[in-house]
Design a protein around this ligand. Structure first.
Ligand SMILES: [Fe+2]
Ligand SMILES: [Fe+2]
Length: 346
């Protein structure tokens, strides 16, 4: 794999080369030095002291030139936490605290790409290809490239198949391996929603419809800064306001695309609405909220509670279900009761 290594200190190059070569080809780009011919494939790795404003200014045009790179890894020393927000503002897709951590990260990216390529010939890799299709879709939207509905369909089909065959518990265990927050969340919500739909006896068309709505429900978050999405702990009111825009952003992204049905649009826009009218963005009430959306909302809340995040352990499924039971008036009681066997895995 090609690794474009952008740095302000040429002295860092030999160590990076020693670590990544010969498995990967390192293409250096030193600030103040000459650039390089830009190719479309590979990973961008940036190790620049962003606390120095002129450095960030020098870096910007280089990043613009390398805008086609979907993966941008920034090295931010653990003692320089103020650089993290700066890195994300410059378009980082992941931040690592030492150059050493680049190796597993690059291997992960390479694996996802290889899985997507070889899936057609190797059915054992099918699931990873579904996950990879989902990752590609999210990354495209984050970088302002067009969203392909086929990627969402591919991911959904694989999840329906996997949950149908192996059950929800296996799926939850598998998905928790993925550390990126929104990514893990969307895969979990889809697994939970599909298990719910299968449990209540939906037709296969309806299972797929709900699955697609779940796969795409938080796609609007791809346009929310990672510094807000991945912030550990509480958001301030301004950040809260920004994150609440994601259902409308997702709806606008998907509107008018072929393969996107009105039910999917409804799910994307309204999965944060509550029966008592206290939800957002449209403050819908009772009968204005469709059955598909009601199922999606329950799946979304449950998945958010049981997902594993770096800063807190996953909640037990029993405790998560109790929280849903406590949301009487907001969620449909009969549906929450129907969800019990899915939630508890019984
Ligand atoms: Fe959401
Ligand atoms: Fe969500």
């Amino acid at each position: 794999m090609l690794v474009y290594f952008v740095t302000d200190e040429p002295a860092k190059l030999p160590a990076i080369r020693a670590m990544l070569e010969p498995q990967h080809a390192v293409v250096p780009w030193v600030l103040d030095g000459d650039g390089t011919g830009v190719r479309a494939h590979g990973v961008l790795m940036v190790d620049v002291d962003l606390r120095q404003m002129p450095r960030a200014d020098q870096l910007r045009p280089i990043l613009n030139e390398l805008a086609a790179m979907p993966e941008r890894l920034f090295v931010v020393p653990a003692h320089a936490r103020s650089m993290i927000a700066q890195a994300y503002a410059l378009g980082a897709t992941a931040v690592i605290s030492r150059a050493k951590e680049a190796m597993p990260k690059i291997a992960q990216i390479e694996f996802a790409e290889a899985a997507a390529e070889s899936a057609a010939s190797d059915p054992a890799l099918e699931m990873d290809a579904g996950v990879a299709a989902f990752a590609t879709m999210f990354s495209n939207v984050r970088h302002g490239r067009p969203l392909k509905v086929a990627d969402a369909q591919r991911a959904t089909t694989q999840i329906v198949k996997r949950v149908g065959q192996g059950g929800l518990s296996t799926w939850l265990d598998e998905v928790r391996r993925y550390h990126e927050g929104t990514f893990q969340h969307c895969l979990l919500v889809t697994g939970v929603a599909v298990a719910f739909a299968l449990d209540v006896g939906f037709s296969s068309t309806d299972v797929s419809r709900l699955g697609m709505a779940a796969t795409l429900h938080d796609i609007g978050k791809a346009r929310i800064p990672l510094s807000i999405l991945d912030k550990p702990g509480r958001l301030d009111p301004d950040e809260e306001e920004i994150i609440r825009r994601h259902p409308a952003i997702g709806h606008d992204l998907l509107k008018g695309m072929s393969g996107i049905t009105p039910e999917i649009l409804d799910g994307v826009r309204h999965h944060h609405e509550y029966l008592d009218g206290s939800g957002y963005p449209d403050g819908l009430k009772g009968g204005q909220i469709s059955d598909l959306v009601r199922l999606l909302t329950i799946s979304d809340i449950f998945a958010a509670l049981v997902e594993s995040r770096a800063y807190r352990p996953p909640m037990a499924r029993e405790a998560a279900y109790e929280i849903l039971r406590g949301m009487e008036g907001k969620l449909e009681g009969a549906l929450v009761r129907a969800f019990r066997s899915v939630a508890l895995g019984s």
